[in-house]
Design a protein around this ligand. Structure first.
Ligand SMILES: Cc1ncc(COP(=O)(O)O)c(C=O)c1O
Length: 394
């Protein structure tokens, strides 16, 4: 897949800036909850969408709109909705596409809270789910039916970096009129644009690489269909109330300006670290789509513009050895989240994917001894030295 030549330009300029009396190059933050109407005609125009002026920040706000337009341009969609968190985006999108008796098919490994929404919340509303290994699209063909309304997955998936062929899944899903929703958090639009491969909706935890600095929590949903985005915004985001703060939107606009150069730097180090881990005698297995030996490598090569900077690995000696390693890092932080400047390490089975049944985790290829690294922007030699010291504790 080829990224637009002007990606970095759009990351800085698309969707803005606002005209402002002081000619500030960086648009001001519109920290206001409400907007004044000129008169009742203006009320009527705005409330009936004849004017796209603003009413109330839970419905829209200039800083949020600028962010929505920018991410829509980067994902090659039409429009977007900003949410208070990635989970607000994910749960609102899933509920917006489902009704009673409808079914969602999800990939077997998902971020823990997304897995909980699907397996715990949906059944309360008489909505059904199936969990499949979507790395093989023929598995979808076997279980999809007219009841299926949504296919939901992350690619690469959290935490075992499984790669799913977006084009192949979309082709099957659309034959059944099901919508394809892709969580593009790990790849970011710099490395992958699912809407151009047939996905209907892209969701993000903007908390991660899009922010890039670990200082906000936010979510985004993007689509090529403006009517869907209008409904998602006013019937779901606005009514569930999971709106993003204008301040967080402004920090995201700032973070996204450097997305491209950050992703290049993250990935350069990740590649070196994955190769180092693969050769390490204490490491059992490395999960990284950039390794030629990795199962999803060929599809990743085709549908992505790079392989990202999330790596998981298993330590020889099981949980006992892995727990010594995770506590042995000195520079890298033992913390959830990812995509920050700091290298972050965690154990998915004990932390982010704790909600999965233990047996299910193993059958989904996710052992208790797996360690996930979000490769940061520190000097790569320092990251490798830290990993070396941690592995020496095993
Ligand atoms: C792949 C993925 N999707 C969604 C989320 C949820 O995002 P947030 O924490 O912003 O609600 C996360 C959080 O770690 C994630 O890793």
């Amino acid at each position: 897949m080829k990224r637009a030549k002007d990606f970095n330009t759009k990351a800085i300029h698309a969707g803005g800036p606002h005209k402002n009396p002081e000619n500030a190059v960086n648009s001001p933050i519109f920290m206001t909850s409400t907007f004044e109407f000129n008169d009742l005609q203006h009320v009527d125009d705005v409330m009936s969408f004849k004017s796209d002026d603003y009413v109330y920040t839970r419905g829209n706000n200039p800083t949020l709109r600028m962010l929505e337009n920018r991410i829509a341009a980067l994902e090659e969609g039409d429009s977007a909705v900003a949410f208070a968190s990635g989970m607000a985006a994910i749960s609102s999108v899933i509920f917006s596409l489902m009704g009673p008796e409808d079914e969602i098919i999800v990939h077997r490994t998902l971020y823990g809270s997304s897995y909980s929404v699907v397996t715990k919340l949906l059944p309360k509303y008489n909505m059904n789910y199936k969990i499949e290994n979507l790395t093989d699209p023929s598995n979808l063909e076997k279980v999809i039916s007219d009841k299926t309304k949504v296919i939901y997955f992350e690619t690469p998936s959290n935490p075992n970096l499984e790669v799913i062929d977006i084009k192949a899944i979309a082709e099957i899903a659309h034959r059944y009129n099901a919508k394809v929703v892709v969580d593009n958090t790990f790849a970011t639009p710099y490395l992958q644009r699912p809407l151009t491969l047939g996905a209907d909706v892209v969701v993000h935890s903007a908390t991660k690489y899009l922010s890039g600095h670990g200082d906000i929590v936010g979510g985004l949903a993007i689509s090529k269909d403006p009517n869907y985005i209008l409904s998602l915004k006013f019937e779901y985001m606005c009514e569930f109330g999971g709106v993003m703060s204008p301040f967080n939107a402004w920090l995201l606009l700032r973070g996204i300006k450097t997305l491209g150069i950050r992703m290049e730097a993250h990935e350069k180090s990740a590649k070196q670290i994955a190769e180092y881990l693969e050769k390490h005698p204490k490491v059992e297995k490395v999960f990284y789509p950039g390794l030629e030996t990795f199962k999803g490598h060929e599809i990743a090569k085709e549908q992505m513009d790079g392989y990202g900077a999330m790596i998981s690995f298993e330590v020889k000696g099981g949980y006992e050895a892995a727990s010594k390693v995770i506590e042995g890092f000195e520079m890298a932080k033992l913390a959830v989240s990812l995509g920050d400047c700091e290298t972050l390490v965690e154990m998915p089975a004990a932390i982010t994917h704790r909600g999965y049944d233990k047996e299910k985790l193993v059958s989904f290829g996710l052992t208790e001894s797996m360690i996930r690294i979000s490769v940061g922007l520190e000097s790569v030699d320092d990251i490798i030295e830290d990993i070396e010291k941690a592995l020496a504790k095993a």
